[in-house]
Write a protein that binds this ligand. Structure first.
Ligand code: NAD
Ligand code: UFG
Length: 337
């Protein structure tokens, strides 16, 4: 019996595969490598001393997905695979709907036809849009502001409907806040294609000298220092959240916030990154980024109690581990020749 991890070569997936292997699970990864490389799985194998069954396939290819379930006995699935860049989703909405929705529907269909009913799905705090309540509980109203976020909301709804249709389903929708950091070994981490969209990888590339300065998107928000506040969560805590979710799958379908409940501003991230790395992190204040909100903060009480899970790595550890990864792998998994 194995756990199928879709998108397992990616950033959060690869860290979760390490945690699963360390827990003694057999793991099958399906990934089309559209935003990752097989090098991450080689590192996973080096780190754990264990093998991973890897199948390069696109989840929108239903026969290829069915073949995975026929070749392997899959007991449960963690579904990370998906496109995730907000700006790109605004420019290419159909690509996002095609990829994220078709993949998820194919997966649900293949699972049920192969008698597999346990699923953990990567949702996002983006489903809360501009939140009315802080910190945000799972009961808060939802409403995404871009096509990427809408794919997450739609997949959540599809999962709820599917779970309603057959009592065998057990589906956990994990709403991640802002995943950052890296494996403490420095062997695994986030390796974005092109200029990073997200703050921490951008700050790290400035610290390592690949980019000149960080643009701080606005200092006139209604926050303590005027810059955006987010609930950053260490990717290792997030990976462990998936193991906890597998151990505590609900009957039917339910959602859980995975965050720390603590906020950090853009300027705090820059200052902490400079202090843990010892590097200069120059920045300039620029206009707000369209679509950004002032503050996003999880109320993680439900996951703390029902999943018996807590994110306990603090900001310094997150940024120290991100720096360890970046400084050991300044060009990511595949450095230029
Ligand atoms: P990632 O891009 O590193 O990993 C996603 C993986 O899915 C990649 O390896 C990519 O090649 C693969 N993939 C994409 N489409 C596929 C398809 N059709 N078939 C097979 N493989 C496919 O991203 P990540 O940061 O590890 O995110 C994992 C999941 O978590 C995504 O669903 C993302 O939307 C969600 N999420 C991420 C964040 C974040 O800030 N990183 C926040 C909230 C939610
Ligand atoms: N920011 C900058 N400069 C940058 C990048 C970001 O100032 O170069 C600021 C943003 O304005 C925001 C904060 O840093 O205040 C964090 O921005 P990120 O892009 O790192 O993260 P977001 O909160 O905007 O979004 C991320 C993912 C979404 C996901 C969301 C919640 O990109 O897909 O977290 O999980 F939905």
């Amino acid at each position: 019996m194995a756990i199928l991890v879709t998108g397992g070569a990616g950033y959060i997936g690869s860290h979760t595969v390490v945690a699963l292997l360390e827990r003694g699970h057999d793991v099958v990864v399906v990934d089309d490598l559209s935003n990752s490389s097989e090098a991450s799985l080689e590192r996973v194998e080096q780190l754990t001393g264990k093998g991973v069954a890897f199948i390069k396939a696109d989840l929108t290819d239903k026969p290829a997905l069915d073949a995975v379930f026929e070749e392997h006995t899959i007991e449960s699935v963690i579904h990370f695979a998906g496109l995730k860049a907000v700006g790109e989703s605004v420019e290419q909405p159909l690509r996002y709907y095609q990829n994220n929705l078709i993949s998820s529907m194919n997966l649900l269909e293949s699972m049920s036809s192969h008698d597999c009913w346990d699923l953990v799905f990567s949702s996002s705090a983006t489903v809360y849009g501009d939140p009315e309540i802080l910190p945000i509980p799972e009961t808060a109203s939802t409403g995404a502001t871009n096509p990427y976020g809408r794919t997450k909301l739609m997949i959540e709804e599809i999962c709820r409907d599917v779970a309603e249709s057959d009592p065998r389903w057990r589906i956990s929708l994990l709403r991640y806040f802002n995943p950052v950091g890296a494996h403490p070994s420095g062997m695994l981490g986030e390796d974005p294609n092109g200029p990073p969209n997200n703050l921490v990888p951008y700050v790290m590339q400035v610290a390592v000298g690949r980019r000149d300065q960080v643009s701080v998107f606005g200092d006139d928000y209604d926050t303590p220092d005027g810059t955006g506040v987010r609930d950053y969560i260490h990717v290792i805590d997030l990976a462990l959240g998936h193991l906890a979710a597998l151990d505590h799958l609900p009957k039917g379908c339910d959602s859980y916030n995975l965050g720390t409940g603590n906020g950090a501003s853009v300027l705090e991230i820059i200052q902490t990154a400079a202090s843990v790395s010892g590097a200069d992190v120059p920045y300039e204040i620029t206009d707000r980024r369209p679509g950004d909100i002032a503050t996003s903060l999880a109320d993680p009480t439900k996951a703390n109690t029902e999943l018996e899970w807590r994110a306990d790595r603090g900001l310094e550890v997150m940024l120290r581990d991100a720096w360890n990864w970046q400084s050991k792998n300044p060009h990511g998994f595949n450095p230029p020749e």
